[in-house]
Design a protein around this ligand. Structure first.
Ligand SMILES: C[S@@+](CC[C@H](N)C(=O)[O-])C[C@H]1O[C@@H](n2cnc3c(N)ncnc32)[C@H](O)[C@@H]1O
Length: 324
């Protein structure tokens, strides 16, 4: 059976293709944390460290889904802490992930993603595109971070899905705890009937579409770099800014909280790249972008900070390859 992902046992520079060139600092790497062959390289590392292995103007497209900066899913992303929060959800005083409103979340996301975007600007080829998933209340911070780092914001794309869990709740349990009589409590509860916290049931995720400034005109840029123009004509018609794909079904071997649908990533890859080009996802999670990239016959580079998720990605990529 063909296995294209394996731990490296040769110097990195002997294995990777022309696109990812050897960088002297690669020797410092712990090789057990990299799985690679000519076309796919995934690293178990903090992307802010791993970016340095990628040369300037070497990647054709970035498709990513960064930490959302809600309730522990930030630059302090830590699997144990998140699981602790998950088990607290529902308990008195504990809010399920995603419900806590904290105005600092957006500011922290901006700071984090600004630094990430500066690396994207260096690594992407001129005219290259970057798409990043986000969420309604933090999209603006993400878009601003890209723009301030030098990207042109081209659009907002929408991933429309079947709908997430409704998170709005009533305040009845707070009223029950008030030091007033039963009758008074009932009066307040009646007054607040049908009034919930301001969270409509989510039905989409916004995606930032950003472009690194072109090298000359669209035509010149394409002739020199093969980036900057898109393919939007498909059998079922022109792709609009709305992408309708169901949320992926839960799978035992893919235990991650924010798994995206492979067909959606495949479509984005088809739009923004041509066969053989290189796609980067520095926030691999369960490896969805990698799977989509293999299916679309492009090269892939991925980073994931958490060992557990990194292993899920590697297993998923391996088993995908074994099954085709
Ligand atoms: C929103 S999830 C990505 C989910 C992915 N799209 C999927 O379909 O499975 C973000 C991932 O980024 C990882 N992460 C967070 N900070 C990171 C960092 N500094 N470098 C690399 N990975 C990081 C988290 O561990 C998490 O798995």
């Amino acid at each position: 059976m063909k296995q294209i992902i394996k731990p490296i046992n040769k110097p990195f520079s002997d294995i990777v293709g022309d696109v990812v060139r050897h960088n002297p600092s690669i020797n410092e790497l712990d090789v057990s944390r990299i799985y690679t062959d000519k076309d796919i390289s995934v690293y178990n590392d903090d992307c802010m460290k791993a970016f340095k292995y990628l040369p300037d103007n070497s990647v054709d497209f970035i498709a990513t889904d960064p930490p959302y900066f809600i309730d522990g899913m930030g630059d302090d992303w830590n699997d144990k802490a998140l699981n602790k929060k998950k088990t607290k959800a529902g308990a008195v005083g504990g809010l399920p992930i995603g419900m806590k409103f904290d105005p600092m979340q957006g500011k922290r996301l901006y700071k984090f993603f600004y630094k990430v975007s500066q690396e994207f600007m260096r690594i992407l080829k001129p005219g290259g595109f970057m798409v990043s998933f986000s969420q309604g209340r933090l999209f603006h911070r993400l878009a601003l971070a890209c723009e301030d780092a030098g990207f042109e914001i081209r659009d907002m794309l929408i991933w429309e899905h079947s709908g997430g869990q409704g998170k709005a709740f009533t305040h009845n349990h707070f009223v029950q705890k008030m030091g007033i009589s039963y009758v008074e409590k009932q009066k307040i509860i009646d007054k607040l009937r049908n009034r919930k916290t301001p969270q409509l049931r989510p039905k989409f995720e916004p995606i930032v579409l950003a472009q690194k400034p072109k090298d000359g005109t669209f035509v010149n840029n394409w002739l020199k770099w093969r980036t900057g123009l898109v393919n939007i004509d498909f059998d079922e018609g022109q792709q609009t800014t709305i992408f309708r794909y169901n949320k992926p079904k839960k799978a035992k071997n893919i235990s991650h909280m924010t798994v995206k649908p492979v067909p959606l990533l495949e479509r984005l890859i088809e739009i923004f790249t041509v066969e053989g080009q290189t796609v980067l996802d520095p926030f691999l999670g369960s490896g969805t972008t990698g799977v989509a990239t293999i299916k679309q016959h492009r090269k892939f580079i991925g980073f994931e900070i958490e060992k557990k998720y990194f292993q899920i990605s590697v297993d998923r990529l391996k088993s995908y390859e074994e099954n085709i």
